[in-house]
Design a protein around this ligand. Structure first.
Ligand SMILES: [Zn+2]
Length: 68
């Protein structure tokens, strides 16, 4: 499993921001989106110590599970 290089936590999250292009909207604000939504992924973060990096292996290192 992937473990944080700093605190050995194994839970991470990644943030992103997106842009939804609105093609049109009706009176009830029912939105019809155009297809080319843009999602911009942001950094990976360790959930525990908030260490961050642009790739998972910047934040964490892979360790084989020895328990089995
Ligand atoms: Zn950590």
């Amino acid at each position: 499993m992937w473990k944080c290089k700093k605190c050995s936590c194994n839970r991470f999250y990644q943030t992103f921001r997106g842009i939804l292009s609105i093609e049109k909207a009706d009176k009830n604000q029912e939105i019809i989106k155009s297809r080319d939504d843009i999602l911009k992924y942001s950094k990976f973060y360790c959930e525990e110590c908030k260490k961050s990096g642009w790739t998972l292996d910047e934040v964490a290192k892979w360790e084989e599970d020895m328990n089995e």
